[in-house]
Design a protein around this ligand. Structure first.
Ligand SMILES: NC(=O)c1ccc[n+]([C@@H]2O[C@H](COP(=O)([O-])OP(=O)(O)OC[C@H]3O[C@@H](n4cnc5c(N)ncnc54)[C@H](OP(=O)(O)O)[C@@H]3O)[C@@H](O)[C@H]2O)c1
Length: 183
C-alpha cells in the first residue's frame, strides 16, 4: 500500500529496478514462505491482475532468475479467486469460490491446513480486520502519498488493535509492517 493507504503500484525511485539477487525483504515476504503456504486467496481484481503480471506466461526477456522462481511459485501454488461473477479461469491450480469469507477460509483450513495467504485486494484485507479472520498481517508500505486508487482504510464497526511483530526496511525506502491479531 501507499503511505496514504491506497492499494496501488506507483513509481518511485527504485520501484522498477530488477536486481540480480532477490532482496532480503522480498525473500522474507515470499521465498521463505513458499514451502508452508498451502493456498493463496485473492479477490477477483487482484487475481486477474496477478495472473496478467506475475504468471510465467507474463515473463519478460532478460529477467533475473529469482523473478522466474517467484512466477513459477505463483503458478504452482493452489490459488483461490473470490468472485461471484467469474465462471472459469485458465490460470493453473486455481479455482473460483464465493460466499462468506469466514466460511471459505474455514473450508480451506479443513481441506489442507498449513498457512493460507490472503493476498488482497484492499476490501478483502479490511474485511479480515473487521471480522478478525487473519492471524497476522503483512503491510508492505511504499514511500508515496498517492491520493487515488482502492483504499485499504475506511469505516470500521469497531477499533481493531494489532500487535507489532517486526518492521523490515526495504531497499528502496519501503517498509514491511508485520502485525499479529490481538486475541
Ligand atoms: N495484493 C494485492 O492484490 C494488491 C496490492 C495492492 C493493490 N492492489 C490493487 O487493488 C485493486 C483490487 O482491490 P479491490 O479491493 O478493488 O478488489 P479485489 O479484492 O482484488 O477484488 C474484489 C472482488 O473480489 C470478489 N470478492 C470479494 N469477496 C468475495 C466473496 N466473499 N465472495 C465472492 N467474491 C468476492 C468480488 O468479485 P466479483 O465482482 O467478481 O463478485 C469483488 O468485486 C487492484 O486494482 C490492484 O491493483 C492489489
Amino acid at each position: 500500500m501507499t503511505l496514504d493507504g491506497h492499494g496501488a503500484f506507483p513509481n518511485y525511485p527504485g520501484s522498477d529496478r530488477r536486481p540480480n539477487q532477490v532482496s532480503a525483504l522480498f525473500r522474507h515476504m515470499w521465498f521463505d514462505r513458499f514451502d508452508d503456504v498451502t493456498t493463496v486467496v485473492m479477490g477477483r481484481r487482484s487475481f486477474l491482475g496477478h495472473q496478467q503480471t506475475w504468471s510465467e506466461k507474463a515473463r519478460a526477456p532478460g529477467e533475473p532468475k529469482w523473478l522466474l522462481e517467484y512466477r513459477r511459485y505463483l503458478d504452482r501454488v493452489d490459488k483461490v479467486c473470490l468472485s461471484r461473477r467469474l465462471r472459469s479461469t485458465d490460470w493453473e491450480n486455481s479455482r473460483i469460490l464465493k460466499g462468506d469469507l469466514s466460511r471459505i477460509l474455514a473450508k480451506l483450513r479443513r481441506e489442507k491446513g498449513g498457512n493460507i495467504l490472503l493476498e488482497g485486494g484492499p476490501a478483502v484485507v479490511r474485511e479480515c480486520l473487521q471480522r478478525d479472520l487473519a492471524d497476522d498481517y503483512w503491510f508492505f508500505v511504499m514511500p508515496v502519498v498517492y491520493g487515488k486508487g482502492p483504499r485499504y482504510w475506511g469505516p470500521m464497526k469497531s477499533q481493531c488493535t494489532l500487535n507489532l511483530v517486526e518492521t523490515v526496511p526495504g531497499e528502496d525506502k519501503e517498509i514491511l509492517l508485520h502485525y499479529e491479531a490481538v486475541r
